[in-house]
Design a protein around this ligand. Structure first.
Ligand code: NAD
Ligand code: ZN
Length: 379
């Protein structure tokens, strides 16, 4: 490729300050160094995690920064030592990586890679502690190793999943974070038995994917819990059979759910990021066998409080990043589920905007409208 080894000038949406609209700027993207790849992003979408760190209300502020981690693109060039992918390969960037060498990568149970696990406060590459983005020589920081709100980005090779080139990137890009996270949280972690009752807290993209996972696993009752009732009708398409809005009740939602289910749900999956919902999602599971799984990203000062008796009564609490999927090993297979029509992703995509209008995607999320908004880099 003509651009390999050279600095690329391209457009990126830069967040200069917390909570201020992104501005499209010309940035310089340095060539990939050892074990890095440079990726041409074609489609990206907005996940709530981007918004938390952009608002930086409950998180460490790191600015100026290029956000974005849910995306699809094509490898433009590769750095020294990269053998797994080559220019032209279709890839999904992932906010957590898989080095394939560490004890976590070698364990069948973990996806918490020692080298490449998510680090939301780091704004530089792990190889040399520097940023690959700059404007007039001033560094612009990375976000979770992906920074996909840019026409080109540089990532560690362990954070890209090579996928079937036939898969339409404008659809499967949503599998690079939210949808796989929710789906895996239910299928890989909560593991609801056939015929069981599952509560899903938070019916955004992640929660709806968790509901979809419960449906695929054969759960018979799927109870959607959300403070925003406009989510409920949509959620039926994802397998939810009943709904609870905590605002409609003057007793704790744990009690409402226990009364609906003869003592508690068999499984619950929390996809809100709200600490109260996290505690409720644990306390609403049935004693003896209930399992709750936390997925939402909490406020940095949040503390989980519950009476220890809830554990002694044989309830289990778990948490997961990226639905326990190993990005490079497992994500290509999630894409194949879509290719085989076993998993529908179109129903998660409700909006689409050109890159120049990226701030509209933030507005939609702020209003709680739609599920995923695709941002088109080229048109
Ligand atoms: P979203 O904003 O689209 O959806 C969140 C939903 O939760 C909204 O519908 C909101 O009304 C609801 N909600 C908020 N507080 C609630 C409460 N107290 N009780 C009930 N419902 C409540 O967000 P999303 O993109 O679907 O992401 C969901 C969460 O998952 C976020 O916290 C995000 O950061 C996190 N996330 C985690 C991972 C991971 O790997 N663990 C990956 C992706 C996203
Ligand atoms: Zn590893």
């Amino acid at each position: 490729m003509a651009t390999a080894g050279k600095v690329i000038k391209c457009k990126a949406a830069v967040a200069w300050e917390a909570g201020k609209p992104l501005s499209i700027e010309e940035v310089e993207v340095a060539p990939p160094q050892a074990m890095e790849v440079r990726v041409k992003i074609l489609y990206t979408s907005l996940c709530h995690t981007d918004v938390y760190f952009w608002e930086a209300k409950g998180q460490t502020p790191v600015f100026p920064r290029i956000f974005g981690h849910e995306a699809g693109g094509i490898i433009e060039s590769v750095g020294e030592g990269v053998t797994d992918v080559a220019p032209g390969d279709h890839v999904l960037p992932v906010f957590t990586g898989e080095c394939k060498e560490c004890p976590h990568c070698k364990s069948a149970e973990s996806n918490m890679c020692d080298l490449l696990r998510i680090n939301t406060d780091r704004g530089v590459m792990i190889g040399d502690g520097k940023s690959r983005f700059s404007i007039n020589g001033k560094p612009i920081y990375h976000f979770v190793g992906t920074s996909t709100f840019s026409e080109y980005t540089v990532m560690h090779v362990g954070c890209v999943a090579k996928i079937n080139p036939e898969a339409p990137l404008d659809k499967v890009c949503v599998l690079s974070c939210g949808i796989s996270t929710g789906l895996g949280a239910t299928i890989n972690v909560a593991k609801p038995p056939k015929g069981s009752t599952v509560a899903i807290f938070g019916l955004g993209a992640v929660g709806l994917a968790a509901a979809e996972g419960a449906r695929i696993a054969g759960a018979s009752r799927i109870i959607g819990v959300d403070l925003n009732p406009s989510r409920f009708e949509e959620a039926r398409k994802f397998g939810c059979t009943e709904f609870v809005n905590p605002k409609d009740h003057d007793k704790p939602v744990q009690q409402v759910l226990a009364e609906m289910t003869n003592g508690g749900v068999d499984r619950s999956v929390e996809c809100t990021g709200n600490i109260n919902a996290m505690i409720q999602s644990f306390e609403c599971v049935h004693d003896g066998w209930g399992v709750a799984v936390l997925v939402g990203v909490p406020h940095k000062d949040a503390e989980f409080k519950t009476h220890p008796m809830n554990f002694l009564n044989e309830r289990t609490l778990k948490g997961t990043f990226f639905g326990n999927y190993k990005p490079r090993t497992d994500l290509p297979n999630v894409v194949e589920l879509y290719m085989k029509k076993e998993l529908e992703v179109e129903k998660f995509i409700t909006h689409s905007v050109p890159f120049a209008e990226i701030n509209k995607a933030f507005d939609l999320m702020a209003k709680g409208e739609g599920i995923r908004c695709i941002i088109r880099m080229e048109n």
